[in-house]
Write a protein that binds this ligand. Structure first.
Ligand code: NCD
Length: 330
């Protein structure tokens, strides 16, 4: 593996190996001293053209816990706001000797361009591009699912296992969600079944050819199919144009209230799920829109744990991309 651009590029063995490595990383994070010397002397650049809280902090924590030097670059307040292109920004990073570039960009395909342009020599990690992919989110979701639903007393993290036999419902704004796309790819690779649940206006064209089923009826999916996990997606109002409310003239749904009635997770819907089922959300949440406070804060919600698992998964990704490469260099 030279770059991590798409969850679709991971085969089953590689994905399981990444999750197993993340388990080892997570174990080191339970120690008093969390820092490992593994990436000492290497430089990781976080290149964020789009807003982010947890993903950027998570990559930063991951790189620092592996002793890498971290440079955080955000487009706001940089020369990008003066019109500097991706290419010139990349050449600047290259001049600074970046061993890995973690990139988030509003344009689908930007990380791919960076990886294959020859502008940078380092490994490129996609931290979310447009509505396209967010592979480390899918990996941390798979890690969380495996730990809760495949692990047991002897093997709490489910090391070595995939997600065969699990059923995950992914609910909400699938149209704008790189998290949904990445999860559909990775969950299928790992053997899980996926049902997308969304209003017809928020189902992407072509979703019928994805490795998932689609339903427009949340109550029916919860009651009849009894999924093992429900992953709520944020309504991405900033990608809906118009007045930014996601309602009215943008036409994706009639009103926030009707969206919540049909597709929001609340205490009543939570009670329809099987007892072992877990509630996930990649964050940031719109509390009161796609998820109620009682659902978000219920004992079944693993939303905060997803964030913690993100650090271990990103440590594994940086380790496998950078430390392995070093071992083969004389
Ligand atoms: C997601 C993203 O940015 O794609 N968030 C995240 O990475 N934690 C989902 C979202 O913004 O809704």
């Amino acid at each position: 593996m030279r770059h991590l651009l798409s969850a679709a590029d991971l085969d089953r063995a590689t994905a399981v190996h990444l999750l197993d490595t993340a388990s080892q990383m997570a174990a080191t994070q339970a120690r008093e001293i969390k820092k490992l010397p593994t990436l000492r002397g290497r430089t990781v650049v976080n290149l964020f053209f789009e807003d982010s809280t947890r993903t950027r902090i998570s990559f930063e924590a991951a790189a620092k816990r592996l002793s890498a030097d971290v440079i955080n670059f955000s487009a706001k307040g940089s020369s990008v706001s003066k019109g500097e292109s991706l290419k010139d920004t990349a050449l600047t990073l290259q001049a600074m000797g970046a061993d890995a570039v973690v990139v988030r960009h509003q344009a689908s395909g930007a990380p791919h361009r960076l990886a294959h342009s020859g502008w940078v020599d380092g490994a490129v990690v996609n931290a979310g591009d447009g509505t396209h992919q967010h592979p480390t989110q899918a990996l941390l979701d798979a890690f969380t699912l495996r730990r809760h639903l495949r692990g047991d007393a002897d093997n709490p993290d489910g090391v070595g296992l995939d997600l065969t036999g699990l059923h995950v419902a992914i609910v909400g704004d699938v149209l704008h969600s790189r998290v949904a796309r990445s999860n559909v790819n990775l969950l299928h690779t790992l053997g899980a079944e996926v049902t997308l649940v969304a209003p017809p206006t928020l189902v992407p064209v072509g979703a019928e050819s994805w490795t998932s089923r689609t339903s427009y009826h949340l109550d029916q999916v919860l009651a009849d199919q009894q999924p093992d996990a429900i992953m709520m997606l944020r309504v991405q109002r900033e990608r809906m144009g118009g007045d930014g409310t996601g309602a009215g003239r943008t036409g994706f749904f009639p009103s926030p209230l009707e969206y919540t009635r049909a597709y929001g997770l609340d205490a009543r819907r939570l009670a329809l799920l099987p007892e072992h089922a877990i509630v996930m959300h990649p964050g940031p949440m719109n509390r009161g829109l796609e998820i109620s406070a009682d659902a978000a804060d219920s004992p079944r919600a693993v939303i905060v744990e997803q964030v913690a698992n993100g650090v271990a998964v990103r440590m594994a990704v940086l380790y496998l991309l950078l430390a392995k490469e070093k071992e083969t260099t004389p």
